[in-house]
Write a protein that binds this ligand. Sequence first.
Ligand code: NAG
Length: 778
Amino acid sequence: MKKIKVLAAMGAVMAILLSCSPSGNGEIVPANYEVIPLPSEIVTSEGDPFILSRSVKIIIPEGNEKMRRNAEFLAEFLEISTGIKPGISTGTQENGAIVLATGLQHPNAEAYEMRVDGKSITITGASEAAVFYGIQTLRKSIPADGGQVIFQPVTIKDEPRFSHRGMMLDVARHFQPAEFVKRYIDILALHNLNRFHWHLTDDQGWRIEIKAYPKLTEVGSQRKHTVIGRNSGEFDGKPHGGFYTQDEIREIVQYARERYITVIPEIDLPGHMLSALAAYPELGCTGGPYEVEATWGVFDDVLCPGKEETFTFLERVLSEVIDLFPSEYIHIGGDECPKVRWEKCPHCQARIRELKLKDSNGHTAEHYLQSYVTARIEKFLNEKGRRIIGWDEILEGELAPNATVMSWRGMEGGIQAAQMGHDVIMTPTAYCYFDYYQTQYTDEEPLAIGGYVPIEKVYSFEPAPGILTEEQKAHILGVQANLWTEYIETAEHVDYMVMPRIAALAEVQWVEPEKREYEAFLTRLPRLVGLYDKLGYNYAKHIFDVQANMTPSFETNSLEVELSTIDQAPIYYTLDGSAPTASSTRYDGRISIRENVELRAVAIRENGHNSRILSEQIKASKSSYKPVSLLTTADPTYRFTGEGMLVDGLYGSNTNYKSGKWIGFGGKEVVAVIDMLEPTEITTAEIRNCVVTGDWIFDASEIILEASSDNERFTEVKRQQLVDTNSTHWSDIAVHTLSFDPVTARYYRVTVKPTVMPAWHPGKGRKAYLFIDEIALN
Ligand code: NAG
């Protein structure tokens, strides 16, 4: 691909430009075709550029409504960015026109070509949808802040990698009005997404009008209040509710369709159904009473599949759903359905006997009962010409014959389903959960569910893992990200969680992996961000922050710190905790740290868009930056950068155990040996555990410190037993300091043992996870 060159012909066209410049300032701004998502092929050439003048027209084929709408979109987009609103006409090509056409012969219906020469811009698509993507490319190639745009001659050939390019929105936890949903669809369209997964029902609210069951919205769409924070036990005292009428839904489906986005509705069943149970308690195993849930989590009361009326209910609801949504796919949820009620329910047990369901292959009869529900609903929908998507729990028991699996708890479900010949949509939490934090500095963030999915992580996602054969990979229909809204109430907050991570998602969905390069993506991003500004979107600004790459070096025995910004803005820093300013030390290479310091850094920009201040407290101990080896292995998901994290002098500041500061071990002891390089006297050992018992992460049960001069024979220095006296869930950072008479040795071995989970906990009798951030010997 050739880089765009500054045109030699620029001077020659200057005079014409000045006369037709909309802003009158005559500033010439060349279009840049390297937009997000990056087109497959961009070949620029020499020659006269195309000049966007006030007289420009958009020409479309006659009698094609979709193409007329495409032209209207283009006219509107051009007006937003340049102030020029082209007229639209049908017929043959004229000089100075933008020509939109279908008829491109291409196996991919979403493929388009865009050609620019001195006379015209032509976008030819394999379908109207494809033309729309060409329009988006054209629109995004124009700088958002106006000026006189000139287009260098180019031939762009472009097609998406995946056919399912989705984004989910949960309107159950927090309802959003129809206008909001349309705005969300606009954001998807800007990024070339083509599937809007609409999570319409959940424990905390039923949001879709169903004529056959009016109480679903009368009762199920309203909750009396909402818990404050993360299930604090205190409530806000404000009723919350809302739903979409069928007319509104039709309008939204049409709005999305005009933007070539298919709306996939989700009715989450048989779990996450408390809002429906509150309205129709007879559909639950116990008969209720139930309430629309006001806290977050997974709840034991679910639909009763022992009763035939549950199926009548589901079929009637789904019949109305399919009348409203033309999508071939209907999402039927299937996630997080506890089986405790079914185990005790006479109706469910009778159904289990009737169907001769048995515990087998590691699944209980009740898991097979959920498979029965899924298969029965699938059959119902298949007969109506529709197909189902379910969360990866539908693999537990027996997978319904034609189901598509949405893999969220990792990639494994998706891999397994693809290997079984089923279609898959990848949406693993570690890359695709946009309700997770996007920075490690969570103290300054709006409250989120936890987790850590920075934009770089999203960008690094490869949805078709190498262990699949080519044939199996063909079952990966695509990728989507999910926005669950337990902690997200406003449009501004939605914007903030979605953008710019959706830009990274868009490239994962559209661009072939060999063309995906994070550094290059970052150079494209500021121009898209310019458009966000223009459109009034409240995107997250972390990308403009100072990035710190901090690695303990066992060669220099120091913490090597590298600072950077995406736009190479100058960075200034201090090490004494004072606020950095333009008169502080300017960063010009790596910083080596061996002592206790507070690093603070800021990027200063001419346009005033300075970064937020990065602050890192570095607490060096005698063991910091000394070679450490782990004799047990960390959990692959929570290993992050590995054993060096134990001696990097960096501490997790809160109980967000996915922040990359904590290293996690699954139900096994941690054994680490630190080589102090020379005999070193110590009198204390401090070990910190992150505890979140709700996530099966407990404090240690025992810590043992041993010393050795040869790394072979160790003698015990200190052993400390820890007893957890809590009888309910808790989360905190537990700090353990072992003190002892001075001991001198070169090698120290630290063993941290996990707890066996207590009787009050669902994981009782099993060994808990252990998370540690540092071993400090002093
Ligand atoms: C999961 C739940 C969802 C919740 C979300 C928060 C799925 C399929 N299920 O526990 O209801 O809102 O995580 O990240 O994601």
